[in-house]
Design a protein around this ligand. Structure first.
Ligand SMILES: NC(=O)c1ccc[n+]([C@@H]2O[C@H](COP(=O)([O-])OP(=O)(O)OC[C@H]3O[C@@H](n4cnc5c(N)ncnc54)[C@H](O)[C@@H]3O)[C@@H](O)[C@H]2O)c1
Length: 265
């Protein structure tokens, strides 16, 4: 894996935990300098320090991706630290339980602000330097909830569906500038975000591992996802190996969006 992102500079939001933290480590192993951005500064620092300890280049930045000034400051910090931005993984997100009738406007607005507007602001912050360079790769984190109907996540599904639309649209706008834009659509991958969603659904009867074992039965490939499943697809989409792929929202979901959400139930 060592040369796949050699000399690249990659900004990752939501790098303090879960998919973002693991992808940050994966990109660093592949040769990239990684800007680890998160709303939780200690979590961002933990990921960046672990990368630095492994001998790769990294920096930590605190950002609330829903804040325009903070998203712009994140890009500025990356440019000051490493002089360029080759890739963005716009991955920060929050869970969002509730049907359309049960959601408060405040909950709707926050989920849209982080999961959709946050992707827009992060992309907008890095695009000028990518356009100047005539090259760049952006990967956003959508969800299978952005592709198929999943019960009781109205705001989350609207935001993630918005991400798949935004990715398509930006891919067309920025292809002439050499910038590719894609999304990953993960199925269930055990992280703090999913544990929080399961708690809100009362899906954890006892041990959290039992809940994930039950969830595995929904997936045609018979298991839930791993952090590697998401990180390795993202690495591919950030690297030049995917140089003729843009505008795509790729499911990494054990086949569940193909077969239907209720598989195994
Ligand atoms: N884990 C899954 O099964 C799954 C499935 C589909 C999509 N996703 C998406 O993957 C992404 C990563 O989620 P995860 O599962 O790794 O969750 P996670 O909770 O482990 O990590 C999310 C990270 O985002 C950070 N964050 C939250 N709000 C932020 C904000 N406003 N600004 C900056 N950082 C912020 C958190 O502090 C946290 O470090 C999210 O966009 C999520 O919607 C996850």
């Amino acid at each position: 894996m060592s040369e796949r992102l050699a000399a690249k500079v990659i900004v990752i939001t939501g790098a303090g935990s879960g998919i973002g933290a693991h992808t940050a480590a994966t990109c660093a192993q592949a040769g990239a300098a990684v800007i680890c951005a998160d709303i939780d500064p200690e979590a961002a620092e933990r990921t960046a320090s672990a990368i630095a300890d492994s001998g790769a280049k990294s920096a930590a930045v605190q950002v609330d991706v829903s804040d325009e000034a903070a998203a712009n400051a994140m890009a500025t910090a990356a440019l000051e630290a490493f002089g360029k931005i080759d890739g963005l993984f716009a991955n920060a997100g929050i869970t969002g339980e509730g049907s359309a009738a049960s959601l408060s406007l405040a909950d709707w607005n926050r989920v849209i602000a982080v999961n959709l507007t946050g992707v827009f602001l992060s992309c907008r912050a890095v695009l000028p330097s990518m356009v100047d360079a005539g090259a760049g790769a952006i990967v956003a984190t959508s969800s299978i909830g952005g592709l198929v109907g999943v019960p009781n996540i109205a705001a989350y599904a609207a935001a993630k569906g918005g991400v798949t639309g935004l990715v398509r649209q930006m891919a067309v706008d920025y292809a002439p500038d050499g910038v590719r834009v894609n999304a990953i659509c993960p199925g269930t991958i055990p992280t703090p975000l999913v544990v929080s969603a399961y708690e809100q659904r009362n899906f954890i009867a006892g041990d959290v591992d039992d809940a994930f074992a039950r969830a595995a039965s929904r997936f045609p490939l018979g298991r839930v996802g791993t952090l590697d499943d998401a990180a390795l697809l993202t690495l591919f989409l950030l690297s030049e190996e995917s140089g003729w792929i843009t505008g795509q929202s790729l499911a990494v979901d054990g086949g569940v969006s193909t077969a239907g959400w209720q598989v195994g139930q």
